[in-house]
Structure formats: C-alpha cells, structure tokens
Design a protein around this ligand. Structure first.
Ligand code: C2E
Ligand code: MG
Ligand code: MG
Length: 417
C-alpha cells in the first residue's frame, strides 16, 4: 500500500496525544490530518475523505460516538473505517463503540506499536473490500453484456429470464381468476386461473409480457407446477366456503412443453390429492399447437391425465392449425372459441365451431364476451344447445384477484351452476 497517499484523520482533545500519534504516523509515511474537537473532525472528514479515522470518545462538545453516528449517516463518509481510541473501561460503553459503527477499539494509554498494527490491518481490509466491490460491479456489468449477447444469439431475453427467476424466489407471481358462466342458466360454472407478476416497481405485469419466455424455457416447470397447485388450493377453499358451489370448476392453462414433460401427470395427481379436488372440476386448457405436436407422446400423456378424470379444453380454438381428425383422436371435452371471432362479429364461424363441437359431443366456452348485444346474439345462435354453452368475458367480470373473486362469489353464490 502506498502510505504517502493514505490519509489518516486523528481526533483527540488532548494535544499531547495528537502530537505523538501524528509524529509516529508521519514517520511511517502516512498523510496525517488532526482535529481537536468533534466539529472539526466532521468538517475535515467531509472535505478530505481520509482513508481511516482514529477517534477519541470523550470530548467536550461533541462526543466521539456522535461524530461516528454523523459520519456513518452521511453517504459520502459512511464507508470510512473508524477506530475508537479511549480510556473508557466500562464494557457496555466499549460495545456501544461498535454499535454506532466503529470497527475497532484501542485502550488508552496506548502502545504506538499496537496502534500502528491495528491501523495497517484495517487499511488492508478496507482496501480489499473496495477491490471486492469494484470486481463485483465489473462482473455485474460484464454479466449484463453477456446476457444481452446471449439474448441476441438465442432469441431469448436472458435479462427478463433472470428477473423472473428472482420473481419466483421472491414469491411475486399471483393468480387472478376470471369467472365462466353457463349461458342457459346464467349461473357461475367456474373460473379460469390467469397468471400475473406483482412487480415491486411496475405493479401488476400482464402474462403477455413474460409467458412466451416462460413457456420457451425451463421456467415453465416450476411456474407451471405452482400454477396447478395454487389453482387447486384456491378452488378447494371456495368449494368449502360456498357449499352451493361444491362443483365449481377451475381451468388452468398448460403449455406444450409441460405436456411433453412427464412430471405433469404426477403434479396434477398430487395437486388433486393434496387439496381433495374432484378431478372432474379441474380443466386443463391446451392449445391447438399442443395437439398438433408429437402425436404419440402427447396422446399418451393426455390419456394418462384423462385417466385421472380431469377435463381438457382447447384454448383459442380457431386461430391455430389443428387437423379436425385430432379433435376426435384426442380426449378433448371443451372447445374455447377464440375471442377474436366475437370481437370481429364473425358469427358464421362461431356458429360453425359450436355446431362441430356439439356434433362431436363437446361443450363450448365463448371467450371475450364484452357486450350485452354479443351475449344476445350468442344465445340466439346456440338456442337449442345452450346447456353446453359457456361464456367468459369482461361483460361478466375481468380477471379478479383472489379476494375480489371471493367477493364475486359471495354476491353470486346463490346462483352457482
Ligand atoms: P387465454 O388463456 O386465452 O386467457 C384469456 C385472456 O383473455 C386473458 O388474458 C383474459 O384477461 C382475456 N380476456 C378475458 N375476457 C376478455 C374480454 O372480454 N375482452 C378482452 N379483450 N380480453 C379478455 P390474460 O390474462 O392477459 O392472459 C393472456 C394469455 O396468457 C392467456 O390467454 C394464456 O394463453 C396465457 N396465460 C395466462 N396464465 C397462464 C398460465 O398460468 N400458464 C400458461 N401457460 N399460460 C398462461
Ligand atoms: Mg386460457
Ligand atoms: Mg383463450
């Protein structure tokens, strides 16, 4: 360490002490500053930012403790190591020196050789800490550069990926619940569980911003498992709280990657068992892409899940490419008609999908019903099969957090399907 560039501030109201310490440290090659009281000490510390402060405790105006507290609360001076030097014998007072932020304590009368040894040790530690901090900052910025390079190579946003990893650890993911109504009875049939990210700064983040990244990486495994478990846990609570809704259903979105993973069967089995859910009340929503994937493997997993007696929906039906044959091959119970058909009022397509579903013995859920007029058209389109028609959309309710969904059920529980 280059001592001539190392500045030590000595603070003592006894001039004699200041003098002998100052002589000794100057002889060792240190730059020395001297303060005879607490006020001067604070001013010198702020203006010169010494590398270490040797601080007396008992001083007439401001005590050494107060000086220390002042410097530690100032972001400019809080990193400067402070060694107390005092004739105080009382152990509690000595401990106080550490509580206010001191790093060491030297007893008076002091031995110069001991003072020097302690100063050198703390300067070494302090310099190592600074190096460590710089290295950490460097590594962090290199890590961000690497993540960005990796993102452009792989097409995966690795910065978002690591933020989501943290979100899982910090338990920032939430499920919202959107009610689904039977169009014949106008009664609540169940809810769809929809994921949200309760971001500490950005508030509620929509799945549109992160779910495709989750589905294309291994994050889907812990998140998918958490969604299934949380949705089942919540369903059981509501079924118990509202006995008239003991058949309430819960629809859970699952991705193609989850289906390809064998643990899904076990995860579902465990969630059903842990929360004592009637399997018929759990509906897994898969996409057309899933049924068009690896046929044999997907079919095998879907049948294993079907053996548990759960139900399957095809989500956003009509927007993907699914062969009609797969609709009969695969154990599908419900087609969810994509909301774009409702928004664009493509009633002929809606009618065609509904008719296909009914011929195949399946029910439909019409997504994205926003207006009473849309509901009226739908009811007249499907007037002869309304018992197999369900509706979901802002007209009934937006996705609600668990508390609001509970209140929604309280208001509607007399009319559960
Ligand atoms: P989805 O499964 O088709 O969910 C329906 C989406 O339509 C939800 O968007 C819902 O808020 C929205 N919606 C419902 N009613 C209306 C309406 O009347 N008008 C309009 N304009 N929109 C309506 P959200 O919650 O943003 O979810 C978007 C997508 O994210 C979901 O589409 C689903 O594909 C995916 N997702 C959500 N949660 C999960 C999850 O837990 N796991 C997986 N794998 N995907 C999820
Ligand atoms: Mg869905
Ligand atoms: Mg959908």
């Amino acid at each position: 360490m280059n001592k001539s560039k190392t500045t030590i501030l000595l603070v003592d109201d006894t001039r004699y002490n200041l003098q002998i310490l100052s002589n000794m440290l100057s002889n060792q090659g240190y730059d020395v500053l001297e303060a005879i009281n607490g006020g001067d000490a604070i001013t010198l510390a702020i203006t010169h930012l010494p590398d270490l402060i040797l601080l007396d405790i008992k001083m007439p105006d401001i005590s050494g403790y107060e000086v220390c507290i002042n410097l530690k609360s100032n972001p400019i001076t809080q990193q400067i190591p402070i060694i107390f030097i005092s004739s105080i014998e009382d152990v509690e007072e000595k401990v106080e020196a550490f509580a206010v932020g001191g790093i060491d304590f030297i007893n008076k009368p002091f031995h110069l050789i001991e003072v020097l040894a302690r100063i050198e040790t703390h300067l070494r530690i302090s310099s190592l800490q600074t190096q460590l901090l710089e290295q950490t900052k460097l590594l962090e910025s290199q890590n961000i550069i690497l993540q960005k390079e990796l993102s452009s190579l792989t097409g995966i946003n690795w910065v978002l990926y690591s933020e989501l990893q943290q979100a899982i650890e910090r338990k920032e993911l939430r499920l919202f619940y959107q009610p689904i109504f039977n169009l014949k009875t106008d009664l609540i049939n169940g809810f769809e569980a929809l994921i949200r990210w309760q971001h500490p700064e950005r508030g509620i983040v929509s799945p549109d911003e992160f779910i495709s990244l989750v589905e294309s990486t291994d994050l889907i495994y812990p998140i998918g498992q958490w969604v299934i478990n949380t949705a089942c846990e919540q369903l059981r609570i509501w079924q118990k709280c509202f006995p008239k809704c003991s058949n309430l259903t819960m629809s859970v979105n699952v991705s193609t990657k989850q289906i390809a993973e064998l643990n899904l069967v076990e995860d579902v089995r465990r969630a059903l068992c842990d929360h004592q859910i009637n399997p018929h009340c759990l509906k897994l929503e898969i996409t057309e892409g899933t049924v068009m994937g690896n046929r044999e493997h997907t079919l095998q997993i879907l049948h294993q899940l079907k053996d548990l007696k759960i139900q399957f929906c095809i989500d956003d039906f009509g927007t993907g490419y699914s062969s009609l044959r797969r609709l009969t091959d695969f154990p599908i119970d419900i087609l969810k008609i994509d909301r774009s058909f409702i928004y664009n009022e493509e009633w002929i397509i809606v009618k065609a999908i509904g008719s296909l579903a009914f011929i195949l013995g399946k029910s439909i859920v019409v997504e994205g019903i926003e207006t009473r007029a849309q509901l009226t058209v739908l009811k007249s389109l499907f007037s002869s099969s309304l018992e197999s028609c369900y509706g979901q959309g802002y007209l009934f309710a937006k996705p609600l957090n668990a508390e609001l969904a509970f209140e929604f059920l309280e208001d509607n529980s007399v009319i559960c399907d």
